[in-house]
Design a protein. Structure first.
Length: 373
């Protein structure tokens, strides 16, 4: 008997926390069905989403543990929904999701014992990521203070509402263990017959533009390796790039540990090089037996010495520019949020208020349970 599992949510700005919950849910059964809410439903209950519904449907479908996506899933999970898609139970993280009027969206399936919890990935949420952009926070970056000529503000100096510091998410200092990386990684390495494609970049706030590019790159071979640049390298690139319109210079918005898991979550990616060198060297290409090196349509900043970071693959005739057909960049994504700053600040404030109230009620109930009669 195939055990079908149901998950649902907004999946706005899909990140490794979403992917980790889906990974855990899939492990509880054999087939994972994921319901994704419409823009209209999200706006009603939470505030405006960053990504539109078509983008969100596409991103969730590409996650390696997802077998089926249901578009326009209802915001409150019902028994009828589980029956319609032949799912045994619903899985959600160990936080609380509520409707606009404060109702637990899973109260029906909980009452029917059709609900299971998975462990939430601490320190990350869509609200938290939006907050990093709005506050120009740098506390998420993985580096020593000497690597940047910046003043580091403590979390107490920041507006908790804008930063998205709910009682469940907190301020991100996410550090993955080797076990977590293995859970996200593919078990098998490349075969001798594989044609290996290598791409490198920041892949910050992994989005639909990144996904379209990587899937196009994968078509040029059979095994895709993604090199991720370190936080200091990414920060340098944004500081020195003349056409960077966002002057906060707190890129990358997600640190290298978060970006690693975000990229590994997608089925088109076979391997990630954590902290890849900015220049693609002869030694790197030989080590990974690279047949094709790709870059997208965005401009390439020279290496520190002024050299073209792709000079070696070009010399070998192994370099290709890939047109994904999607011009979305991380900078444009940040602009989406900054142009609607007040809307998103209000969204974060309301979400935190509801979560704080729910958390207080949860702790009160927990205290009452342990009190002696």
């Amino acid at each position: 008997m195939v055990v079908k599992v149901w998950c649902d949510g907004c999946y706005d700005m899909v990140h490794f926390g979403h992917a980790n919950s889906l990974r855990q849910a899939k492990a509880m059964g054999d087939y994972l069905v994921v319901g994704v809410h419409t823009d209209e439903e999200i706006t009603l209950h939470k505030g405006p989403p960053v990504f539109n519904e078509q983008e969100r449907y596409r991103m969730v479908r590409a996650i390696k543990w997802v077998d089926e996506v249901v578009e326009g899933a209802p915001y409150v999970t019902t028994l009828e929904t589980l029956e319609k898609y032949d799912c045994e139970f619903c899985v959600h993280g160990d936080d609380i999701t509520m409707t606009a009027d404060g109702t637990d969206t899973y109260h029906i399936v909980k009452s029917a014992n059709k609900y299971k919890e998975c462990q939430r990935t601490q320190g990350v949420s869509t609200t938290n990521l939006v907050g990093r952009m709005l506050m120009l926070s740098k506390d998420h970056l993985q580096r020593g203070a000497q690597e940047y000529n910046v003043d580091r503000r403590s979390s107490s100096d920041m507006s908790s509402g804008a930063c998205g510091r709910s009682p469940w998410t907190g301020l991100s200092q996410f550090l993955p263990t080797t076990q977590k990386i293995l859970q996200f990684s593919n078990k098998d390495g490349p075969k001798k017959t594989d044609k290996i494609v290598y791409v490198a970049g920041a892949f910050d706030l992994f989005h639909i533009g990144h996904l379209d590019f990587l899937e196009k790159a994968k078509e040029l071979g059979t095994y895709l390796i993604v090199g991720l640049h370190t936080d200091p390298v990414v920060n340098r690139v944004y500081k020195e790039c003349e056409d960077s319109r966002y002057k906060g210079f707190n890129y990358p918005i997600m640190n290298i540990h978060e970006r690693t898991l975000s990229v590994l979550a997608y089925r088109c990616v076979d391997e990630v090089v954590i902290g890849a060198p900015y220049a693609v060297s002869k030694e790197l290409m030989e080590h990974f037996n690279v047949s094709v090196v790709c870059h997208g349509q965005t401009s390439v900043l020279p290496d520190i010495g002024g050299e073209d970071p792709y000079s070696e693959p070009k010399r070998q005739g192994k370099y290709q520019t890939v047109d994904s057909g999607n011009d979305l960049t991380t900078e444009k994504l940040v602009e989406r949020i900054l142009t609607r700053r007040l809307d998103y600040e209000e969204r974060n404030r309301k979400k935190e208020e509801k979560e704080m109230a729910a958390y207080a009620a949860f702790m009160k109930q927990k205290d009452a349970e342990v009190q002696p009669n």
